[in-house]
Design a protein around this ligand. Structure first.
Ligand SMILES: Nc1ncnc2c1ncn2[C@@H]1O[C@H](COP(=O)(O)OP(=O)(O)O)[C@@H](O)[C@H]1O
Ligand SMILES: [Mg+2]
Length: 235
């Protein structure tokens, strides 16, 4: 296996925050690799460092020590604007609170990232509709987030995250605001995206349903990896 087969490589990754001058080691030396096409769940109690790890991988936060490599690029070598480009073109994010823009329709929310990328209006419109259709919510394209259920909003957020075909989809507690039935539907959607599109997915969760679903489960505690297990198949 060559280096480029790994979508993510973390080596001795540390992230230290200072809380009133007191150092908090959110990540205390994390080493792991994620291969192209994996579906990984970062599991651990609140405060174990899951969000910090996703944010360091996605270029929303920077390591204090050690390295994070995404698609063969060491993120420490990138300027702030290059990190923004990475987030725009190579990494898709899904958050627990959906983070849709309230005044835009579902379709316009999906188009938004493409607009930032400079994709033409006609192409944006076509790709956004195709993505919403493929996720089973094409008929909701003209509704604003406030007119959608939580599960529908999260589907729109997933559509927005993957419409530009990022190499990596990061989902931080994606089911935290969903009931168990809607969580199951979201997990099936993520599994389909992983299998049918070959997209690499890393979720952070303390939801046992999400942990059970991923094919690889990495346990975090106090900013360290304490377990790394692979299951047979998802579902
Ligand atoms: N911006 C910040 N400033 C200070 N401490 C932080 C900050 N972000 C996270 N932390 C601390 O880092 C640790 C890990 O947090 P986090 O990555 O959010 O964990 P998780 O997502 O697993 O709940 C916690 O102790 C948290 O309080
Ligand atoms: Mg978190």
């Amino acid at each position: 296996m060559s280096e480029t087969d790994f979508v993510v490589q973390c080596r001795g990754l540390e992230r230290t925050y200072h809380d009133d001058g007191v150092p908090v080691h959110a990540l205390a030396g994390v080493d792991f690799d994620v291969e192209q096409g994996e579906f990984v769940s970062l599991a651990g109690p609140s405060g174990s460092g899951k969000s910090t790890l996703l944010n360091c991988i996605g270029g929303l936060d920077r390591a204090t020590a050690g390295s994070v490599t995404v698609g063969g690029v060491d993120l420490a070598t990138l300027s702030s604007s290059e990190l923004a480009e990475l987030r725009l073109r190579r990494v898709g994010f899904v958050f627990q609170s959906y983070n849709l823009i309230p005044v835009l329709s579902a379709r316009e929310n999906v188009e938004f990232i493409m607009q930032l990328q400079g994709v033409s209006a006609a192409e944006r419109h076509r790709d956004a509709m195709a993505m919403l259709d493929s996720l089973g919510i094409g008929e909701l394209a003209d509704r604003r987030p406030g007119e959608l259920s939580g599960g529908q909003q999260q589907r729109v957020a997933v559509a927005r995250a993957i419409v530009s075909k990022p190499v990596l989809l990061l989902a931080d507690e994606p089911s935290a605001n969903l009931d168990s039935h809607t969580t199951a539907e979201l997990l099936q959607l993520l599994a389909d995206i992983n299998e049918q599109r070959g997209m690499t997915i890393i979720t952070a969760t303390h939801d046992p349903a999400v942990m059970a679903f991923a094919r690889r489960r990495i346990g975090l505690q106090d900013g360290l990896i304490v377990s790394d297990q692979r299951a047979e198949a998802g579902g």
